[in-house]
Design a binder for this molecule. Structure first.
Ligand SMILES: Cc1cc2nc3c(=O)[nH]c(=O)nc-3n(C[C@H](O)[C@H](O)[C@H](O)COP(=O)(O)O)c2cc1C
Length: 356
C-alpha cells in the first residue's frame, strides 16, 4: 500500500487518501453577494467524483469587506450557508471530506475579478482594513484597525466557523497566508502596531491565536482546524520559517490540528523560487518542529512525486491545486499510476483507467 492512498484521521474526520484539493478562489458568485451557485456545485462536485480525500473550498470571506473581489464566496450570512449545503452534501456522497478556508483579505480586498488591483467605491469596491494603513503595492491604502475593531475580526471568523459547520463542512482552515489579513498581522513587514497586536512575535500572533481559541470553543472537539501559513515572505527581516514553526506550536496549544504550508504573497518585488515541489522544504522545516500533521503544496503534479514526498519526509498530506484544475480525476489517475485499487464512482466504472 502506498502512503498517498492510506487514510488519515484528524479529530472526527478520516480522509480516504492523502490527496487533498488545495483551496482555490473561483470568483464566481455572480450575484456579488457571496452566495455560491451552480458553478460551485459542479466544480467541487467534479473534484469529489475525481477521488480526492478532502477538498478545501476556496478562500471564503467571513465579512463582506474580507472578500478579495465582489465575486468571492462568503460564509457570513444564512443565505450563504444555505447555498453551500448542496455542495457539501454532494462532496460527502463521493467520500470526500468537505473543508472550507475561512478568510479575510484585509488590505488585499476590494480588487478586480482578474486580480488587477483595487476597484473604486464607484465600481462597487469598499474601504479595506488592515494591521496598518500601509497599502499593498499598487492597491488603495487600508484603514488601520483600532484595537477595539480587532474583536470584530475574531467574532467574524468565529461566526464564519459556526456557519461553515451548519453548512455541512467537516473541517475548517484559517487563511493566515498569501498576504491576507492574518498574515498582515503576523509579518513584521506589514505590522507596525504599538498595541498588544504588534511588536513582538507573541503580539503579532495574538490575533491568530485568539481566533484559534475562540473557534475551538465555538465548534467543540470534533471539528478539525487547519492553519495555512506562508512560511516565508522571501525577505530578510520578514516572516520566516522559524516564526512559522513557533506560531504553529502556539496554535496547536490553542486547538489547531494541522498546518498547511505555502509561501509568499505579502509583498511584491521578491523572487519566489519555482519548480517541482518548491515549497516542500518549507513544509519539512515545520513538520520537523511540530507534533501535528503538516501538508505540502506547490507544483506537485505527478503521483510518483507525491508518493516520494510522503515517503522521504515528515510531510503527511499532499495538496494539489492547478493539476486538479487540469484534471479533476487526478486522484483516480494517481491510483492507477501507482497500481493502487481504489473505488471509482459506480457510474464511471466502465471508463476505469488502464482497462482499455
Ligand atoms: C486559481 C487559483 C486560486 C487560488 N486561490 C487560493 C485561495 O483561495 N486560498 C489559498 O490559500 N490559496 C489559493 N491558491 C493557491 C493554491 O491553493 C496552491 O497553494 C497553489 O496553486 C500552488 O499549488 P499548485 O502548484 O498545486 O497549484 C490559488 C491558486 C490558484 C491557481
Amino acid at each position: 500500500m502506498t502512503k498517498l492512498f492510506s487514510p488519515l484521521s484528524v479529530r472526527a474526520i478520516t480522509t480516504k487518501n492523502r490527496i487533498w484539493v488545495a483551496p482555490m478562489c473561483m470568483y464566481s458568485c455572480e450575484g456579488k453577494d457571496g452566495v455560491v451557485g451552480q458553478f460551485h456545485l459542479v466544480h467541487y462536485g467534479e473534484r469529489a467524483l475525481g477521488g480526492a480525500g478532502l477538498i478545501i473550498v476556496e478562500a471564503t470571506a467571513v465579512r463582506a469587506d474580507g472578500r478579495i473581489t465582489p465575486w468571492c464566496a462568503g460564509i457570513w450570512n444564512q443565505a450563504q450557508v444555505e447555498a453551500w449545503k448542496p455542495v457539501t452534501a454532494f462532496m460527502k456522497t463521493q467520500g470526500a471530506v468537505p473543508a472550507i478556508q475561512l478568510a479575510h483579505a484585509g488590505r488585499k480586498a476590494s480588487t478586480h475579478r482578474d486580480g488587477s488591483g483595487s476597484i473604486t467605491l464607484a465600481e462597487g469596491g469598499w474601504q479595506t482594513v488592515s494591521s496598518t494603513d500601509e497599502a499593498f503595492t499598487g492597491y488603495f491604502a487600508p484603514r488601520e484597525l483600532e484595537t477595539d475593531d480587532i474583536r470584530g475580526i475574531v467574532d467574524a471568523l468565529v461566526n464564519g466557523a459556526k456557519n461553515a459547520v451548519a453548512a455541512g463542512f467537516e473541517a475548517l482552515e484559517l487563511h493566515a497566508a498569501h498576504g491576507y489579513l492574518l498574515h498582515q498581522f503576523l509579518s513584521p513587514l506589514s505590522n507596525h502596531r504599538e498595541d498588544a497586536y504588534g511588536g513582538s512575535l507573541e503580539n503579532r500572533a495574538r490575533l491568530l491565536v485568539e481566533t484559534v481559541i475562540a473557534i475551538r470553543a465555538a465548534v467543540g472537539d470534533d471539528v478539525p482546524l487547519f492553519i495555512r501559513f506562508s512560511a516565508t515572505d522571501y525577505r530578510e527581516g520578514g516572516w520566516d520559517e522559524t516564526q512559522t514553526a513557533q506560531v504553529a506550536k502556539w496554535c496547536a496549544e490553542a486547538g489547531a490540528d494541522l498546518f498547511d504550508i505555502s509561501s509568499g504573497g505579502l509583498i511584491t518585488g521578491v523572487t519566489i523560487p519555482s519548480g517541482p515541489g518548491y515549497q516542500v522544504p518549507l513544509s519539512e522545516f515545520v513538520a520537523e518542529r511540530v507534533e501535528e500533521p503538516v501538508t505540502a503544496v506547490g507544483q506537485i503534479t505527478d503521483a510518483a512525486q507525491a508518493e516520494a514526498i510522503l515517503q522521504n519526509s515528515e510531510v503527511e498530506v499532499i495538496m494539489v491545486g492547478r493539476a486538479v484544475l487540469r484534471d479533476p480525476h487526478w486522484p483516480l489517475r494517481a491510483a492507477a499510476e501507482l497500481g493502487v485499487e481504489v473505488e471509482w464512482p459506480m457510474q464511471y466504472a466502465r471508463g476505469k483507467f488502464a482497462k482499455n
